[in-house]
Structure formats: structure tokens, C-alpha cells
Design a protein around this ligand. Structure first.
Ligand SMILES: *Cc1c(COP(=O)(O)O)cnc(C)c1O
Length: 417
């Protein structure tokens, strides 16, 4: 079928809750994707960091096929022979005592919120129904009603109320604001170590360390959402490791499957995850043997190919390259590992369209930021080629007719993830 026909089908029969670039991908390998007409593009988004290991990684593919021949789903009504091995691998890799497997990232976050509230009541002694959780402004934690209910983004909330109570917002990056917001009813602080959807926002040095200390002093759980920042993306296994803290709860997803299948997990202590008893929480697909076999292989690739170190090295290189650009459009560059936000003084979407024409796929976030997050397995030569396309697009002079501020306002509505 022609790409235009596929796009027409999608627009006619599918809900329009996304505004994708019009590239119809048919297959992919490593850092490259191919459209239905055989054109290839360098993937500088990596499915929002779900394919840190590169598309269709052969080791993960093999693990998936082997497991799919044996058994895919048992439900947790019975045990399976893969889940214990995933638990052990997660423990050995991260040091956390226990894990609880789910599917999507949002479910992982919901699970952490439920754990925190139950811990607040059962361990901290907060009256049930009174527990409070503190979140950061401009957070992105997924799309369930509870999660969008504490989003600072009006569009995420609009039309979806009423929302669960019990959440308070503090500015991101301000540890003293966190301290002031804590009350005797506070059970947890949920935060992204680096805010991805908000535009790769890196908090001041020491923020997470101070937040961890404040949480400890107040018997409040520090819960970090590492769904996008984790598993190598920022140049360490987890972004919290840049500050040498030990969060009480870590939420992982996305690259936990290398893009083959939705797999997420909540990692924590025995004390926290023991609040769940049989029947308190669950998921038909969570912890299924196919997901576990895929996740084990995906983690092995991250370790065997030393993806955090690759991310640190290639990311530092890419950021330096971008700093050397002489672009009239760039306002700020922010990056940690191979995760870079290019903040522009005008809408980013036309630049993403121009990059697509040149064979590089990336997506704007929050209207004026281009997010770069290629697979961590990308070859240096491919990265160089992609960066050269970015240079070509960003060093071009703005057209005389463009009215950046009006364009920005208009683009703000259509650029949300
Ligand atoms: C993607 C993401 C989520 C939600 O994950 P889904 O699998 O889309 O539900 C939550 N938190 C962060 C930081 C994310 O990047």
C-alpha cells in the first residue's frame, strides 16, 4: 500500500491523540528505520528511549523467539520459570531487594503511588485516606487519570477530571520548596531525576542529594521515575547515580524491553514492596514469561555493550559538536549523556520536518525544544552524519516572513507527546 493510503486509513479509523511526522516505518535495524518506499532515516528519538539497545537487537530478538515458542502467558495465578530469573537479574544489577513487574510505564508509576500510600498508612502511621504525595512541576509520569491529575500541563488535564486528591506540587530543582511542602501526612516525593518530556531539564547540581536527605529526615520515600532517564540514557545506568543517592523506589520501563514489548517494574526495598499482600494489586500480563525473557535479554545488552559508557562518551561528543554550531535559532543546549535538548527561539516542528527530509527523525517536545535521543548503540560515523544534518538545518538563516512568537504559541498546542 502507498504511504498516503496508510496515512488516510490511520486518520480515518484511528483516534487522533498523536500528531506524528508523516513517515511510515516498515522495518528497522540498529539506529536506522526504513519507510515503506525503502528510504532510510537515522532514528534520533529511539521511541522516547525505549530502544536504547537499537532497533530489533538480535540478542533480544532471539530471546523473544525462543520464549514465544515455549510459553508466553501464564498469568500470576501460576508461577513461571522466567520471572524469578528476572527478579534475580534486577536485584544483581541494581541492588534493590525486590521488584514488582508491570507493563506500561504509567502502570509502573501507578504501582509506585499505591505502594507509597499503603506504606504511608501501614508503616509511617498516616491515617488511611490522608496520605500525601509531593510531585514536581512540569513532571511527566504517564497518562492515567491519577497521573494527569497532578500534571502541570493544562492540556493533559483538560476534560478528564475529577482527579484523585492527595498530591502537592513543588517547583522542580528547588529542594527547600520540597522541605516546606512536607507535612506529617507526606508519604513520598515522586520526581524525574532529569525531566525528559519537559525538554531535558537538568536540575541544579546537588538537588537530588538534598532531596534525598530531606526525605530521609522526614521519613518520606524518595521515588524516582527512571522510565526515560534510566538504563543508560544519561551516561550512567540510572540518572540518580550522577548524585550518588539511593532512592527508596525506582520506576523503570521503556528500554527495559529494548522496544520489543511493554515491560515496566517498580524496584524497592523489602519494607516498601512488602506492603502488598495477595490480591492488593496485580496485572494479567505483568511478569509474564515472554516479557521476563525479553527484559532479561534487554538488560544483558545494556551491560554487555556497556551502553551507559557509550552514552557518556558519545553524548559528550555530540554536545560539544552542537555547542560549536553558529545558529541564529538556538537559545540553550542541555544534555546528559546521549540525551540532548536543543531549545530554540521558535517552533521546533519545522526543523523536525526539515530533518526528516534530510533523513533524520526527531520530535519536538514542548513546542520549542528538539530532543535528541538516538539508540545508545549508534555508530560514531552515523552519529556524525546525523549531527551534520542538524547543523545544516539549524545554521540556515530564518526566512524573512517568519514571526517566531506567534508561530511558537500556535505550535505549543500541537507538540505535546
Ligand atoms: C514514557 C514515560 C512514562 C510513561 O510510560 P508509558 O509506557 O508511556 O506509560 C512515565 N514516565 C516517564 C518519565 C516517561 O518518560
Amino acid at each position: 500500500m502507498l504511504p498516503a493510503e496508510l496515512i488516510a486509513l490511520e486518520d480515518r479509523y484511528g483516534a487522533h491523540n498523536y500528531d506524528p511526522l508523516d513517515v511510515v516505518i516498515e522495518r528497522a535495524s540498529g539506529a536506522w528505520v526504513y519507510d515503506t518506499e525503502g528510504r532510510r532515516y537515522l532514528d534520533f528519538l529511539a521511541a522516547y528511549s525505549a530502544v536504547n539497545q537499537g532497533h530489533c537487537h538480535p540478542a533480544i530478538f532471539q530471546a523473544m523467539c525462543r520464549q514465544a515458542e515455549k510459553v508466553t502467558l501464564t498469568s500470576r495465578a501460576f508461577r513461571n520459570d522466567q520471572l524469578p530469573l528476572l527478579y534475580r537479574d534486577l536485584h544483581e544489577l541494581t541492588g534493590y531487594e525486590m521488584a514488582l513487574p508491570m507493563n506500561s510505564g504509567a502502570e509502573g508509576v501507578e504501582t509506585a503511588l499505591k505502594a507509597a500510600r499503603k506504606w504511608g498508612a501501614a508503616v509511617k502511621g498516616i491515617a488511611d485516606g490522608q496520605q500525601e504525595i509531593i510531585v514536581a512541576a512540569n513532571n511527566f509520569h504517564g497518562r492515567t487519570i491519577a497521573i494527569v491529575g497532578f500534571s502541570s500541563d493544562a492540556q493533559y488535564r483538560s476534560g478528564f477530571g475529577p482527579f484523585p486528591a492527595g498530591f502537592r506540587e513543588v517547583p522542580f530543582g528547588d529542594a527547600e520548596a520540597l522541605r516546606r511542602a512536607i507535612t506529617p501526612k507526606t508519604c513520598a516525593f515522586l520526581v524525574e531525576p532529569i525531566q525528559g518530556e519537559a525538554g531535558i531539564i537538568i536540575p541544579p547540581e546537588g538537588y537530588l542529594r538534598q532531596a534525598a536527605a530531606i526525605c530521609r529526615e522526614n521519613h518520606v520515600l524518595l521515588m524516582v521515575d527512571e522510565i526515560q532517564s534510566g538504563l543508560g540514557r544519561t551516561g550512567k545506568l540510572f540518572a540518580y547515580m550522577h548524585e550518588a543517592v539511593t532512592p527508596d523506589v525506582v520506576i523503570v520501563g521503556k528500554a527495559l524491553s529494548g522496544g520489543f514489548y511493554p515491560v515496566s517494574a517498580v524496584l524497592s526495598s523489602r519494607e516498601v514492596l512488602s506492603v502488598f499482600g495477595p490480591g492488593d494489586h496485580g496485572s494479567t500480563f505483568g511478569g509474564n514469561p515472554l516479557a521476563c525473557a525479553i527484559a532479561r535479554a534487554a538488560l544483558r545488552v545494556i551491560v554487555d555493550e556497556d551502553l551507559p559508557a557509550r552514552s557518556a562518551e558519545l553524548g559528550g561528543y555530540a554536545l560539544n559538536y552542537l555547542k560549536s554550531l553558529r545558529s541564529p535559532h538556538i537559545v540553550e543546549l542541555r544534555g546528559k549523556g546521549l540525551w540532548i535538548g536543543i531549545e530554540l527561539n521558535r517552533p521546533a516542528r519545522p526543523f523536525c520536518e526539515a530533518l526528516k527530509q534530510r533523513g533524520v527523525l526527531c520530535k519536538e517536545t514542548h513546542a520549542s525544544v528538539i530532543r535528541l535521543a538516538p539508540p545508545l548503540t549508534i555508530d560514531k560515523a552515523d552519529l556524525d552524519w546525523g549531527l551534520a544534518q542538524i547543523r545544516a538545518v539549524l545554521e540556515k538563516k530564518p526566512s524573512a516572513s517568519a514571526e517566531p512568537s506567534a508561530e511558537l504559541a500556535e505550535a505549543a498546542a500541537s507538540s505535546l507527546p
